[in-house]
Write a protein that binds this ligand. Sequence first.
Ligand code: 13P
Length: 249
Amino acid sequence: MRSKIVAGNWKMNNNQDETKKLLATLSAKLPDTTAEVMVAPTFVNLSKAVNHLESSLIEVVAQNMHFAENGAYTGEISADMLLNIGVKTVILGHSERRAYFGETDELLAKKVDAALAANMRIIFCFGEELEERKSGSHFEVVKRQLTNALFHLKPEAWSKIVLAYEPVWAIGTGETASPEQAQEMHAFIRKTITEAFDATIADGVSILYGGSVKPNNANEIFSKPDVDGGLIGGASLVCDDFVAIIKAI
Ligand code: 13P
């Protein structure tokens, strides 16, 4: 059975004081839910966040990691460093990493392999750009992103994968994909995984939607059968909005 997940990607926001404050209010206001709730603070605040949330159901996840075990990679962070401070899940492939830091499908395949080798769980992000949606190539783009980064995996690896479909044109723009567009793509993703692997794997993987999810649209998006939750950016920085989105699931 796939799980419902609401994850907040804080991106490069919140210093240590702001992180502590937001986590304190979030812990206090966390609604009863069967969904998994996650937050992804920036690297320097991960350790504090893990300690702060020790007795909480909220999981702390990382926004990125390097593929090498260790070595001369100035400014980078390894899977072992994350695990050592209690972080067991990592976001990989976010469109901002792809657009601003040149991360390619091939690089992401290496990061995926490294995270799995370290027994970490992965929230793997992908999604088309506006031009690709306009030209009608969005299905092809998504299939290529999945194929290049994930379809070399062994079937059993999929228990460690969560997918996050994030159309780039909907990220931080206030323009969300319609619930129908999200459902259509999520169903396509399951069909693509069924063809490459099998229906058990396709039905078992959680697929989150990300891109301008807000309290006023979360309900409708989450009501779609192939949408298992959300990867939330801006709204996850506002405690009441994030709580409302958790309630919507
Ligand atoms: P917004 O919710 O701000 O559009 O960001 C989505 C996102 O990029 C989550 O990873």
